[in-house]
Design a protein around this ligand. Structure first.
Ligand code: APR
Ligand code: PHB
Length: 389
């Protein structure tokens, strides 16, 4: 098989890249190791920046997003009973849309299939070859048959555990990482949300987040030690702990119910530099990870593939090395700003086991300043809704 771009991974980054490249008349094949159902079964975050919504609108894949997504003008912060609403629309003139990543992935899958574009699911033993040469190609097996995809460009959209970044010579890549010694225990339940907007709560007992997927389905998280076992958390224990962290008023409005999904996710900040290696380009979680506190993971994958599409569109019109180099420089500028914001939100809202008294006072001082300074609130709003592309 031959194509212009071989995309590894059919998560949000790979599927959106495929759609954007098609929109620019560039042929691409997606090679995914899992089945479509498995990809859709993964429960992920659900806050879309305005820029992400606009890119999906431009591709004509935002109909369901507009029909089912919830436009939010702000979020609420809660700290030991004190509450603050950050009004995005008033401070920045922008909004965010709550719409599950699973739904974005489903919409992109359906759009790709409707255009008859090629996606190879359940591909095994995916290998990248001749990445630094002029004829890169991808090998994979399926149903015991060996296959080869010849291409001009390989896009590594295969996530943090994918093969693409691991195909790069260690001497050619620099990584930056912060592993947090706590995780998020998340629960999905078919109960109405406790508030109209998201609530991020910092309490002595640890962080909690009240989110949602629709007006009838809620998503809640509590901070737990990183080694916490989900088996040790009954639904009742979760609801009780959540209520203890969000203050009496919010707690009184939480509707409990059986968990549809319950899992513990570790928190990590991670960046691999550069994001280009010969004809291999990394995008999304393959290149960077953010703690979910700033709701940046999906939106960063979107901005990566938006920039990569512009780079490849120019390259296929007029091939040049300098054009290819521009992607990594441009994408990393936005990646690092999102990493900073996600690290800052995580640092301000979580209880850090073993932190000294000075660090705890710095955290409290930062929150006290935020709660009383409209300028500080504007900075948070500008980053949360998404910096300009
Ligand atoms: N070969 C083919 N496909 C692979 C391989 C491989 N060796 N390894 C991983 N994949 C696939 C995974 O099965 C997954 O479907 O690549 C896809 C990567 O998707 P994501 O991990 O969702 O990463 P990305 O598309 O960059 O989206 C980032 O997803 O995980 C969330 O929080 C993250 O919101 C962020 C978003
Ligand atoms: C979610 O709804 O899953 C969610 C929302 C906001 C975040 C993280 C997760 O910052």
């Amino acid at each position: 098989m031959k194509t212009q771009v071989a995309i590894i991974g059919a998560g949000p980054a790979g599927l959106l890249l495929g759609q954007l490249l098609h929109h620019h008349g560039i042929d691409a094949v997606i090679i995914e190791q899992r089945s479509p159902d498995y990809v859709l079964s993964r429960i992920r975050a659900g806050v879309l920046e305005q820029g992400t919504v606009e890119i999906l609108e431009g591709l004509g894949v935002a109909d369901r997003l507009h029909a089912e997504g919830l436009v939010h003008d702000g979020v609420e912060l809660s700290c030991e009973g004190e509450r603050l609403r950050i009004n995005f629309r008033e401070l920045i003139g922008k909004t965010v849309t709550v719409y599950g990543q699973t739904e974005v992935t489903r919409d992109l899958m359906e759009a790709r299939a409707s255009k008859g574009l090629t996606t190879i699911y359940e591909a095994e033993s995916v290998e990248l070859h001749d990445v630094h040469g002029d004829s890169p190609f991808v090998r994979y097996t399926k149903n015991g048959q060996a296959h080869k995809v010849s291409c001009s460009i390989i896009a590594g959209c295969d996530g943090y555990h994918g093969v693409s970044r691991k195909s790069v010579l260690p001497s050619a890549i620099t990584t930056y990482e912060r592993v947090y010694d706590f995780g998020w225990l998340g629960v999905l339940a078919d109960v109405p949300p406790c508030a109209e907007e998201l609530i991020y709560a910092n309490s002595e007992r640890g962080f909690a987040l009240c989110s949602m997927r629709s007006l009838t389905r809620s998503r809640y998280y509590v901070q737990v030690p990183v080694a916490e076992r989900v088996e040790d958390w009954s639904d009742d224990r979760f609801w009780e702990e959540l209520r203890r962290r969000v203050g009496e008023d919010v707690a009184s409005r939480i509707t409990t119910g059986p968990s549809l999904e319950k899992s513990v996710a570790p928190l990590r900040s991670f960046v691999a530099e550069p994001m280009r290696f010969g004809k291999l380009f990394l995008a999304g979680d393959a290149a960077h990870i953010v703690p979910p506190t700033g709701a940046k993971g999906l939106n960063l994958a979107v901005s990566d593939v938006y920039y990569l599409t512009q780079t490849l569109s120019e390259y296929f019109r007029s091939p040049s090395e300098s054009v290819l180099d521009s992607y990594s420089v441009r994408a990393l500028k936005r990646v690092w700003k999102a990493e900073r914001f996600s690290w800052w939100m995580t640092s301000q809202l979580h209880h850090f086991p073993g932190s000294d008294a000075f660090s705890r006072r710095m955290q409290r001082s930062e929150l006290e300043y935020l709660f009383r300074s409209e300028n500080a609130q504007k900075v948070l709003a500008e980053n949360y809704v998404g910096l300009p592309l």
